[in-house]
Ligand binder design. Structure first.
Ligand code: NAP
Length: 328
């Protein structure tokens, strides 16, 4: 293996956290590679509008993702669109193996692979995926213009997506299992004020049914009374949270019972030089701004770690000083 394949830092995952880490790592002059298996931007690409990124009142998720990528690339960040198969911790170097057989060695790793939509695991969900069942309103909402849709969930995602769908559909049923939404207050107020949205409280969807054309009905059950009924619908959008994408987390890494990685305040795992950021990391709230902050934190910590390692344990200067200067 040639020296050119040895990096100071490999970032796995090109969401807001990974790209922010890339910006900070480049500014710290770390030899950095970011590997992303899909499109840069991660989950935010699927967001119709982002209204809580400081300094920008409203922007589409896709545009914000492009801005992050352009910003990181303006510092010369090397972005590779490939799939990582395995991360092997090592004493001298950590090893990153790609599914295409390529291997990279690196002093530090920042893992920011996020999460994927949680499934309901009810009859019809898997069979009717793409035939009326969806996990992305921005991707599939277009097919439900002037139609009726059911949105399942009561969090920020379900309410945001219900509001998006209300712009297209004739009627949106928001089905929530409790009598209070989990979403933030502004979203709650907007959903309640939108006349096309009807909230079905204390209700769960127990099955999704179809005819030859695709989804045509859901079976509902009231969680208080136990009463059951069917509701006609053309589509079902499921937003009930998500599962952490922890498949690449090395064995022996501390995780909580839900599969989120436990780190210290530098975002470092119990393996020195391996950091976890964004929605894969255990924390109070998942937000774009928080993932970006964690990317910055992990890159600063990784810069310190790499410098210390290269200097045989001696750090000449606190690396944080590198980041407060202008672009050069
Ligand atoms: P979430 O906050 O975990 O909400 C999931 C919702 O689905 C909850 O209302 C939950 O009900 C319901 N639910 C869970 N399992 C269910 C099941 N089996 N059957 C029926 N309902 C079920 O997930 P999220 O809305 O995807 O948000 C995830 C994180 O991303 C949150 O931290 C959120 O704040 C953040 N987020 C932020 C933004 C933003 O900043 N603009 C946008 C989207 C998401 P209960 O309420 O009864 O538990």
């Amino acid at each position: 293996m040639s020296d050119s394949e040895i990096y100071d830092l490999v970032i796995v995952g090109g969401g807001p956290g990974g790209l922010s880490a890339g910006i900070y790592a480049q500014r710290a002059a770390l030899k950095t590679l970011l590997i992303e298996k899909g499109a840069a931007g991660g989950q935010i690409i699927l967001s119709d509008l982002v209204e809580n990124w400081p300094g920008t009142e409203s922007i589409s998720g896709a545009e914000l993702a492009q801005n992050f990528l352009k910003h990181a690339e303006s510092y010369g960040l090397q972005v590779l669109y490939e799939e990582v198969q395995q991360i092997e911790p090592g004493l001298e170097y950590h090893t990153i193996r790609l599914t295409n057989g390529t291997t990279y060695r690196t002093h530090a790793v920042i893992l920011g692979t996020g999460g994927s939509p949680r499934k309901m695991s009810i009859p019809g969900e898997d069979e009717l995926y793409g035939k009326g069942v969806s996990y992305c309103a921005v991707c599939d909402g277009f097919f439900f213009r002037n139609k009726t849709v059911v949105v399942i969930g009561g969090g920020d995602t379900a309410t945001e997506e219900a509001l998006y769908l209300a712009k297209l559909a004739q009627k949106v049923y928001l089905v929530h299992r409790r009598d209070a939404l989990r979403a933030g207050m502004i979203l709650q107020q907007r959903v309640k004020a939108e006349c096309k949205i009807e909230i079905l409280w204390n209700t769960i969807v127990t099955a999704i049914k179809a005819d030859a054309a695709g989804v045509n009905e859901v079976a509902l059950k009231n969680t208080q009374s136990g009463a059951e009924r069917d509701l006609s619908t053309d589509g079902v959008f499921i937003f009930i949270g998500f599962e952490p994408n922890n498949q690449l987390v090395p064995a022996g890494t501390n995780m909580n019972a839900d599969g989120y990685v436990i780190t210290d305040d530098k975002c470092e795992t119990n393996t020195p030089g391996i950091y976890v950021i964004g929605d894969l990391r255990q924390k109070y709230a998942k937000q774009i701004v928080i993932a970006a902050g964690e990317g910055a934190t992990a890159a600063l910590a990784a810069a310190h770690y790499v410098e210390t390692k290269k200097n045989g344990g001696e750090v000449c200067e606190a690396p944080a000083s590198l980041f407060e200067t202008g672009r050069n």
